[in-house]
Design a protein. Structure first.
Length: 572
């Protein structure tokens, strides 16, 4: 049989890989074999590698004796209208107690970030052995050098984020499939693409979860993600369990100035100057973060700042674009936009006063008369406010946006949102200097287990009990925190926003239902408690990315199995 591209890269077919792990009595050895094989299939986000990895994993799961007996319990879910033909992979192992439909969900993402950061090491980006040798012999970082020499760390892109996580879930699923008598319920595995950008894989999976609850009567009780965990400070001895996920919004600023020739520069209002003042006020500003005692909270971070000029000329820029990564933990998008609106108005007032003062200084220096027509006001509006403002002038956003959606050739959803907002300003007869504040993809909800909810309190107690057992058995120190500090697919399994907050989100997110359709009602109905029991490593998304094998391949699989069994055996 002809080998697929993925099989050629791994040097092992799915069948051969399964044979190596099914014959092995050493789970840690099997986990390293699987992780290494999966790393050798580059599944960088938005590449064909995501589909190739899904094909490989589906073929690997098909080798399980359980799925050869029950082939219908292994299936794929294509992402709709996806040019790369990406898909989710599902596998369901049912326990012998057919009267129990309680189901624990295991989920992991298949995609990784790219490898440009590896530089001259790019050809070894997926080769743990070569990278270990390099860092052991060449690294100037003493800790990195020592870890590379130790043999306890697995290097390479995807080692920690998160091919190893997939491997742990696969081996635990295999273990349960070989002893279904231990299961008082079911284990459902989901492997999905597109986590590193817009989370379209998990959002499509939510619809499948709904179908399984309605058509198969599965009672989805707990989701266990095993996305990577890491030290939170130097010499941190702890292993972390997270009982929720931080959310994220992407506040965007479409900034319009008053253009001028550089020879008349002080008569204009430069949108890049407004942008710079906004960036200075918002970027890394810890005063804009939520206060969450004992949690790792992060400030807003600028991800994009540029003007609209495509080539050199001597006219100042017409407009500028700016957006921020903004983590949310308990705050609503509305409250955050209200805060940013205040910051924007303060920034524009600062720019107005500065520009006016500089112009007056210029007039005094040159002995020229003041213009009667110049003013320095900069209007600030949310997208909703601007749309209402234009409606009063007979300008309908929906008609203009249909035109943009039908003609735009951009593939970036954020760029498309800016095009939609800028199209509104093109039709505005006033053409005033202004800043329009709106939201663009991704929007990621926050969620966490709540002690005030009976079932969630029981899960928290169950986790605490399991942590204490693991501490005694493995000598680890566990700490439970509410919010996984990095972005996670788990965010899409429960939704805390009210209907009013969701409507506010849609009103300030241009064409949200077409560009970034989140199945909010489905997520709210699903309301699946989600925790993260993750592999442990360092430097995810860096060329020194590496996995700590002793914990990830020994302690963690056992921990997840214990939580699974306790959850399924929990009395209603």
């Amino acid at each position: 049989m002809k080998q697929t591209k993925a099989e050629k890269r791994t040097a092992l077919s799915p069948k051969e890989l399964f044979q190596t792990i099914s014959l092995s009595k050493d789970m840690s050895d099997s986990l390293e074999r699987i992780t290494t094989a999966l790393m050798n299939i580059p599944s960088v986000t938005d590449t064909i590698g995501e589909k190739e990895l899904a094909d490989y994993l589906f073929a690997f799961l098909r080798e399980f004796p359980y799925f050869q007996r029950y082939p219908a319990q292994l299936w794929e879910q294509p992402l709709p209208n996806d040019q790369l033909q990406r898909k989710n992979v599902f596998a369901l192992v049912k326990g012998e107690n057919i009267s129990s439909n309680k189901t624990v969900v295991y989920h992991s993402h298949m995609d990784t970030v790219g490898i440009k950061d590896f530089g001259f090491l790019k050809k070894f980006a997926f080769n743990s052995k070569k990278l270990s040798q390099h860092f052991a012999s060449s690294s100037q970082n003493a800790v990195l050098k020592e870890e590379a020499e130790s043999g306890d760390w697995l290097f390479g892109r995807g080692s920690v984020d998160m091919k190893s996580g997939i491997a742990v879930h696969l081996m635990n699923l295999f273990s349960f499939s070989e002893q279904i008598e231990e299961l008082n319920g079911n284990v459902l595995l989901l492997l999905n693409p597109a986590e590193e950008n817009d989370h379209s894989g998990i959002m499509e999976a939510v619809r499948e979860f709904q179908r399984l609850e309605e058509e198969e009567s599965l009672e989805l009780s707990l989701a266990i993600n095993n996305d990577y965990t890491t030290a939170l400070y130097d010499n941190d001895p702890n292993r972390y369990i997270y009982t929720g996920s931080a959310g994220k919004i992407l506040p965007c600023f479409s900034i319009f100035g008053r253009e001028a020739h550089v020879g008349e520069t002080l008569s204009g209002i430069d949108p890049t100057f407004i942008s710079s003042e906004l960036n200075r006020r918002i970027n890394y500003n810890m005063n804009l973060t939520e206060r969450m005692e004992g949690e790792l909270v992060l400030p807003p971070t600028c991800l994009y700042q540029r003007d609209n000029k495509e080539s050199y000329n001597v006219q100042t820029a017409l407009s500028s674009r700016l957006y921020f990564n903004y983590f949310i933990y308990k705050e609503s998008p509305k409250n955050i936009l209200d805060t940013l609106l205040k910051e924007t108005k303060a920034a524009c007032e600062e720019v107005k006063n500065h520009m006016k003062d500089q112009h007056l200084n210029f007039l005094a220096y040159t002995h020229m008369p003041a213009s009667e027509h110049l003013d320095w006001e900069i209007e600030v509006m949310t997208l909703k406010e601007y749309c209402v403002h234009l409606e009063k002038k007979g300008i309908h956003s929906s008609l203009l946006w249909d035109e943009v959606l039908n003609n735009s050739d951009t593939t970036d959803k954020r760029e498309l949102c800016f095009e939609l907002v800028e199209r509104l300003h093109e039709e505005d007869p006033d053409k005033k200097p202004m800043v329009i504040l709106f939201l663009a993809p991704p929007f990621i909800p926050y969620n966490h287990l709540d002690e005030g909810i009976k079932i969630e309190k029981e899960i928290l107690d169950l986790l605490q009990e399991t942590m204490e057992e693991a501490e005694r058995e493995f000598g680890e120190t566990f700490v439970m925190k509410r919010f996984f500090p990095f972005l996670s697919d788990s965010s899409f399994l429960s939704l805390k926003e009210t209907g009013e907050e969701a409507n506010y989100l849609r009103e300030n997110f241009p064409e949200m239902e077409k560009i970034y359709p989140i199945p909010m009602q489905t997520i709210q109905k699903l309301n699946l408690p989600a925790v993260n029991l993750g592999v442990y490593g360092k430097d995810a998304h860096k060329r020194s990315e590496r996995l700590f094998k002793p914990y990830s391949f020994n302690t963690l699989p056992d921990l997840i199995q214990k939580v699974t069994l306790k959850m399924l055996n929990r009395e209603q």
